[in-house]
Design a protein around this ligand. Sequence first.
Ligand code: GLV
Ligand code: MN
Ligand code: MN
Length: 435
Amino acid sequence: MHRRHFLAALAAPAFAPAAFAQAAPTINAGRLRSHLEALSVFGRPAGGAFADGVSRVAYSDSDIAGRAYVMQLMRDAGLTPRIDPAGNIFARRPGTDNSLPPVLFGSHTDSVPNGGNFDGDLGTLAAIEVIQALNEARLTTRRPLEIVVWQNEEGFAFNNGVCGSRIVAGHLDAGELDLVWNGLKKSDALRKIGGDPDRIADARRAPGSFACYLELHIEQGGTLEKSGTPIGVVEGIVGIDRFDVEIRGFANHAGTTPMPDRRDALVAASHLTVAVDDTIRAEPGRQVGTVGQLNVSPNVPNIVPGSVKMVIELRDLSAPKIARLGAKIQARAREIAAQTRTEIDVRLAAHHPPALATPAVQQSIETVCTKLALKTQRLPSGAGHDAQMMSLLGPMGMIFVPSVAGISHSPKELTKWEDCATGATVLLHTVLAHA
Ligand code: GLV
Ligand code: MN
Ligand code: MN
């Protein structure tokens, strides 16, 4: 990407909405990289390096340290961060007409256990870099700009993600703040990161409270890399249903309990895992289903497993399809319980509806890319994002950049530095196009 392309693009009328512009704003690729490298330290395995990835699970000490680092970057960019009652971090840059709703953009900094250094981090740090670029160009937009770091996007903690954005969209589940995970009550988890569960209703934002929500993210799949396309324009984000499953059998001596007398919870869990895979594969489409978490008790070689807790996750762009597949799997769970003489409870733990990106926002990202001479490709997102919650409140669009080898939720997650900078540049100009 050549700087003159950006400058040529900025000369076009579509990129001249702002007052007091002194110079063309430019993403500083080196600064963005150094911020990504610095953030990666929080949650890095002991003695590890950048390539060893990160475990920055929401509400952990490393999550809190990472958030503090990001808030300092916001202050360095002249912003005053605030934490809303839901624990999200917001910071606002005034426009020339502050009566207008802002352009809102950002991402998250929490990670899955054994995650990578780009998922969420890129969109968060690119948002701050956009502000820095505008500051350096002494450019004030007409609309105010607001950047956001959502809390607990990943949902490993409490088995339910997009938590901060869900609360802002008014989709906190009944009783959710009373749930306990690893001995921590959710209301206390929010307090731990600076939220205020006693004022949780104040975190809610009204439809129309922002002009547009934008999020830059790594693709996390291999589509863009395979087609050699630097920028993906997201068409829609999958819906996700997660089920907490508890299987109760009977723990007994592994040497003395004859096979016909066993009530083995792990055998039931194994049948159910295969049933999930079979059910998902049995019809055409892009739906996916996963059993990614299994806790066996007592987990001892010479004891027949007495109980298993596992999580089933289903994803697709069609909500009715997810519901239908979920019902089929629950019916199979009842059959397996009868066959294995176990009890199987299946409880819906998380329900995130699919969301379509706003066509006009997709178009504006493409227009920006045309001006920057960047090839684009429209694609669905198989990963969940806070953007799907923001789509309930206003126009939404997402910009994807390629993931090397399509690997994500892994320390091997990687996006080339130049692709990170290109994505941030597209975010910058898309923000300007809307602001
Ligand atoms: C979040 O990254 C998800 O898709 O689970
Ligand atoms: Mn993410
Ligand atoms: Mn993720």
